[in-house]
Design a protein around this ligand. Structure first.
Ligand code: HEC
Ligand code: HEC
Length: 201
């Protein structure tokens, strides 16, 4: 096991303990989450629907995914100049309340329009590379796995390049493995497709 994968497994185990602990102590509170989320709108947009192509939408993401990412930022496994500072001040209760709130918000319809040739080519790629296996048949995410449908394009591109280069934090290493097989062309086609997919609104 490499040092990096040992760190990732450590984070996964610590997170599992956190989630269990939180469940037994106090249920996540969506209204408290709404109040705590006021500060998030400046970057993530109203109710977590980002209007900036480089900043992810978090509305309607699975609660477990939102809490996991906030935990990774807080613990320093995932790093971003803006998000790391925000997450540093959050308690375990805050993570769960915020996750509960954003998971229940409705994703806005995507503004991105996919090129027809990419709309035709991408579904075969999403099957070939098992994206649908983990992210779900409609790419809507589940548990600790994010929704990709309707996500901001510049953000998706940066993350896929980051996973391929091994620079994006990854709780279990699965996404880093999945990205290794992708060519730069595959990434372009998938991003153009995902960003224009209906997010279920
Ligand atoms: C100053 C701007 C800013 C603020 C305020 C902010 N964020 Fe973020 N957030 C970002 C950026 C930028 C990213 C993407 C980081 C990256 O590229 O890895 C991000 C990423 C995230 C992610 C990961 C999403 C994903 O799809 O992987 C979550 C979850 C998140 N933020 C939650 C929050 C919450 C909850 C708050 C409020 C408590 C908040 N953010 C406040 C800028 C901000
Ligand atoms: C074996 C399961 C698995 C497969 C296969 C997989 N993913 Fe993922 N993916 C994940 C997990 C788990 C995460 C969250 C990683 C983390 O933040 O710790 C993720 C995260 C992502 C993200 C980051 C999104 C965000 O909001 O931060 C993108 C983009 C992504 N996957 C795209 C893809 C694409 C495109 C494919 C197919 C080429 C794919 N994934 C295949 C499990 C998988």
């Amino acid at each position: 096991m490499t040092a990096a994968s040992a760190t990732r497994r450590g984070a996964a185990i610590a997170f599992a303990a956190l989630a269990l602990g939180a469940a037994s102590v106090a249920a996540a509170d969506r209204d408290a989450g709404r109040r705590k989320a006021e500060v998030c709108a400046a970057c993530h947009g109203p109710a977590g629907n980002s209007v900036n192509p480089a900043v992810p939408s978090i509305a309607g993401q699975p609660a477990q995914f939102v809490a996991t990412e906030l935990f990774l930022f807080r613990e320093g496994n995932r790093k971003d100049p803006q998000m790391s500072a925000i997450a540093a001040g959050l308690s375990n209760g805050d993570l769960n309340d915020l996750a509960e709130y954003f998971a229940a918000e409705r994703p806005a319809p995507p503004k991105h329009r996919t090129a027809p040739e990419n709309a035709a080519a991408a579904p075969a790629l999403a099957h070939k590379f098992n994206c649908v296996q983990c992210h779900g048949p409609e790419l809507m995410g589940q548990q600790h796995i994010p929704r990709l449908a309707g996500q901001q394009p510049d953000y998706l591109l940066a993350q896929l390049k980051g996973f391929k280069a091994g620079t994006r934090a990854d709780i279990d290493g699965n996404m880093t493995s999945a990205a290794q097989a992708l060519s730069d062309q595959d990434i372009q086609v998938l991003v153009d497709y995902l960003a224009g997919l209906s997010s279920g609104n």
